[in-house]
Design a protein around this ligand. Structure first.
Ligand code: SAH
Length: 251
């Protein structure tokens, strides 16, 4: 069995209990490059064969996992945050499907959640927004035309933007072009949940300058939206007039 495991955002205690249990018993681990905290590998049993996929091609990765599986071994493919977001696991799962190699996915704590915790702030506030958009700027991976930053910005929801801090000037321009006022709150969280985590807060007008000054170039989450404003209407959840029947909504 191949286990695609979400390593979480950095803090080794933020892997799931299930992910940790499986990581500590398999014979082969292929972990994804620099964003996975290597301290997690201390959980591995003695003798576990460990590969860093940073220097491997897709074929090398799937060949390594397939060979291990055929030799009767269990494999963890360790991805940062949650594997379903910008993790390129689909292409690996498609190849394993073709080879009839069984796999399963263990979810993880995504970095956008660790970033919200670091600020700390709720991303969905009654009366402000009940929607979170997860997206990125175009890089080597092209963006579908109908998902331009400006069109997504027109909703004025909370946006969590991955893989884009090095293009923050361009990003804030597109967000304001799309409809967020320049005074909309924005936060950049570098290395959320790591010991050297940094949180920079500001507005769309000044966040790029602050982040540039701080020298943040990578491993950072950008969160934008009025939800980050201090004042908001309290959630009905704790309103005494709100019946218990509605509390299920909180899940
Ligand atoms: N699957 C991962 C995302 C991988 S893409 C997840 O669910 O989090 C890599 C991007 O994720 C980085 O460019 C950065 O935007 C973000 N990222 C990953 N780890 C982070 C962390 N600890 N703090 C802030 N952003 C992080």
């Amino acid at each position: 069995m191949i286990y695609f495991v979400g390593a979480g955002p950095g803090d080794p205690e933020l892997i799931t209990v299930k992910g940790a249990r499986i990581l500590s018993r398999v014979q082969v681990v292929v972990y994804a490059g620099s964003l996975v905290n290597k301290e997690l590998l201390d959980m591995c049993a003695p003798g576990t064969v460990i590969y860093n996929s940073a220097g491997m091609t897709l074929e090398e990765i799937t060949d390594t996992m397939t060979e291990a599986h055929r030799a009767g071994k269990e494999v963890v493919r360790l991805h940062t945050g949650d594997p379903s977001l910008y993790g390129a696991i689909q292409e690996q799962m498609d190849i394993l499907d073709r080879l009839s190699v069984p796999y399963t996915v263990i979810p993880g704590v995504s970095s956008f959640l660790a970033a919200a915790a670091a600020i700390p702030h709720e991303l969905t506030l009654p009366g402000i927004t009940q929607t979170v958009i997860l997206t990125r700027m175009e890089g080597r991976t092209p963006m579908p035309e109908r998902e331009s930053i400006a069109s997504l910005a027109s909703h004025r929801a909370t946006m969590c933007i991955f893989l884009s801090v090095h293009m923050l000037d361009k990003l804030t321009g597109a967000l304001t072009d799309g409809g967020y006022p320049a005074e909309t709150p924005a936060a950049v969280v570098e290395k959320a949940s790591w010991p050297d985590e940094r949180v920079i807060t500001g507005t769309l007008a000044d966040i790029a300058g602050k982040v540039h000054e701080a020298g943040i170039r990578r491993a950072a989450m950008i969160i934008v939206g009025d939800a980050l404003k201090a004042g908001y209407r309290p959630s009905c959840l704790y309103d005494p007039g709100f019946t218990h029947g509605f509390r299920g909504d909180a899940n």
